[in-house]
Design a protein around this ligand. Structure first.
Ligand code: COA
Length: 279
């Protein structure tokens, strides 16, 4: 078995394999992550046969691993470990200090054997939001002149520089981004990616003691996504946001555990994941 860097020729395999897990991945998803991290996506081969994939992305001192999957017939033979080791080595070569990932609960011991430590539990919810009744919302649509503010705010609370990811999301016309202004800066922001009839909320980052601002951001973005099939991945401990999502008809699909190799990040803020594969 050997690992190669992913190329566009591998996309049909990557999509087909990842969708055996209902991850809802498309060629565009792999194009997007390859554009952000051209050297960080990997395919495992046995001779000419493709067996598995894994993606990694670096944000300065933080790296994130996702899309780890091996063809069912080849599992438990070390293939998954080879891919994970490759992704870790790649991120180390980018000088990241901490590597994060979201693990299915039954796989935490697999990742623990590589030194990852469980952090907190996240829930993935799905629903088709209706519009929330209009209220005096202080959340407003982000403008291009807000992007730098958002990137700096995100860096302050996440402890990593997600400029390349945030710009790619916010500047895409179909996507949404809202902020809650606060004195000279912001007290939080939310983005959502729209893919035709589907959408994914995230990231949302908000000051820890500003739950109302986080609720406003979530209501505002969900109202704009009404009628779409929307998914959200958020910490189980965010009770107010979970209540809001349940009241909007969202239902839990599955749970994951955030794990870190290195110091845990994004501790002192309200946080909704950008995606499972990028944190
Ligand atoms: C997770 C996955 C990539 C592991 O790949 P793999 O090729 O089976 O992994 P390895 O053979 O390197 O296994 C390494 C260790 O993890 C353990 N392990 C692997 N899959 C496991 C599972 N489903 N449950 C519990 N332990 C598991 C193995 O027993 C092995 O331990 P050992 O060396 O002590 O025997 C593979 O099971 C897979 O593709 N699963 C479906 C997709 C998925 O869940 N991805 C992970 C998202 S968090």
């Amino acid at each position: 078995m050997h690992v190669e860097k992913m190329s566009a020729d591998d996309f049909p395999f990557a999509v087909q394999l990842s969708n055996t897990m209902s991850w809802n991945m498309t060629v565009e998803d792999f194009e997007f992550i390859m554009k952000l991290e051209p050297e960080g996506c990997f395919v495992l081969f046995s001779g000419a046969e493709r067996l598995g994939i894994c993606t990694a992305i670096s944000f300065g001192n933080l790296g994130w691993i996702g899309n780890l999957i091996v063809k069912e017939a080849y599992r438990k033979e070390g293939a998954g470990s080879l891919l994970l080791k490759q992704a870790i080595a790649y991120l180390r070569s980018k000088q990241v200090a901490t590597i994060g990932l979201y693990a299915y609960p039954h796989l935490t011991s697999f990742y623990t054997s590589f030194g990852f430590k469980p952090d907190i539990e996240f829930l993935v919810l799905q629903g088709e939001p209706a519009a929330f009744p209009p209220e005096d919302s202080t959340a407003r649509r982000a403008q291009n002149s807000d992007i730098q503010k958002i990137i700096e705010f995100d860096r302050r609370f996440l402890g990593a520089d997600r400029q390349k990811l945030l710009e790619a999301i916010i500047l895409k016309a179909e996507n949404l981004c809202y902020i809650v202004p606060h004195s000279n800066g912001i007290s939080g922001y939310v983005a959502a990616k729209v893919y035709g009839a589907d959408a994914e909320v995230g990231p949302l980052v908000c000051l820890a003691n500003h739950v109302e601002a986080a609720e406003k951001l979530l209501k505002t973005v969900l109202s704009s996504l009404r009628g779409l099939n929307v998914s959200v991945c958020l910490p189980k401990k965010e009770a107010e946001l979970l209540d809001l999502l349940h009241a909007a008809g969202f239902r839990e699909k599955f749970r994951v555990v955030r794990m870190f190799l290195g110091s845990a990040l994004a501790k002192k803020c309200i946080y909704i994941a950008e995606s499972l594969e990028r944190g």
